[in-house]
Design a protein around this ligand. Structure first.
Ligand code: ADP
Ligand code: ZN
Length: 219
């Protein structure tokens, strides 16, 4: 199963991606997570990416495309994957098309998460993340059982630096000027679906499963 998730930062695609991963057993590939991991480990990619990320700007296409190319060839991607945060530019979408052609992959679904500006700001400002396992929480909507502690692994939760106000502004501008164009790139395809992303994560997941021709209740 091959899925692409589109949508603004804070539209909930990462949260829903984790739910899809749990139900269908295909890995959630978040370019943001992979980049943050590289930054933490101080890899060559991480060192190149850090400044862009700190400012809410896009990391150059070549770096991200190479990284994704490598990742989709790994063993756990053999039966599918969920792309979250990639592609983000037309150049990335074109590169992805070539990758899919080479690997003889057909996309099952492209979901566009549509959220209002208020929803986005509310989600990003309340978002908390586990550095260790990547789980995503929200102080009001999806609180952990114990404050500031990950339900899954017990690690401390933190607020991403780029979820702070000034950087959020830049990320939304980048989304509007660069990433939004991808909607017209993909919307003509049969496998393109819109998701009302002002709804709760569980409701969005049910919608996604329906579109995939499955029931969202059993998982
Ligand atoms: P969000 O979707 O909430 O903005 P991500 O975790 O997906 O956050 O991305 C965080 C940052 O990582 C982005 O602001 C950008 O700097 C970088 N990044 C992630 N994916 C890409 C990509 N496909 N192309 C360029 N930069 C990216
Ligand atoms: Zn965790």
């Amino acid at each position: 199963m091959y899925i692409i998730l589109l949508g603004a930062p804070g539209s909930g695609k990462g949260t829903v991606a984790k739910m899809i991963e749990g139900k269908f057993g295909v890995p959630h590939l978040s370019t943001g997570d992979i980049l943050r991991d590289n930054v933490n480990k101080g890899t060559c990619v991480g060192n190149q990416a850090k400044e862009y990320m700190d400012n809410g700007k896009l990391v150059p296409d070549d770096i991200v495309i190479q990284m994704v190319k490598g990742r989709v060839l790994e063993e756990d991607c053999k039966t599918g994957f969920i792309l979250d945060g990639f592609p983000r530019t037309i150049k990335q979408a074109e590169a992805l098309e070539l990758i899919f052609d080479e690997l003889d992959i057909t996309i099952d679904a492209i979901f566009n998460f549509e959220a209002s500006q208020e929803t986005i700001i509310e989600r990003l400002s309340g978002r908390r993340t586990c550095k260790n396992c990547g789980a995503i929480y929200h102080i009001k909507n999806i609180p952990p059982k114990v404050e500031d502690e990950c339900d899954k692994c017990g690690d401390r939760l933190y607020q991403r630096d780029d979820d702070k106000k000034d950087v959020v502004k830049n990320r939304l501008v980048v989304y509007k000027t660069q990433t939004k164009k991808l909607i017209s790139y993909y919307e003509k395809q049969d496998s393109f679906y819109k998701i009302d992303a002002n709804k709760k994560a569980g409701e969005m997941f049910v919608e996604v499963c329906k579109d995939l021709g499955q029931s969202g209740k059993s998982g």
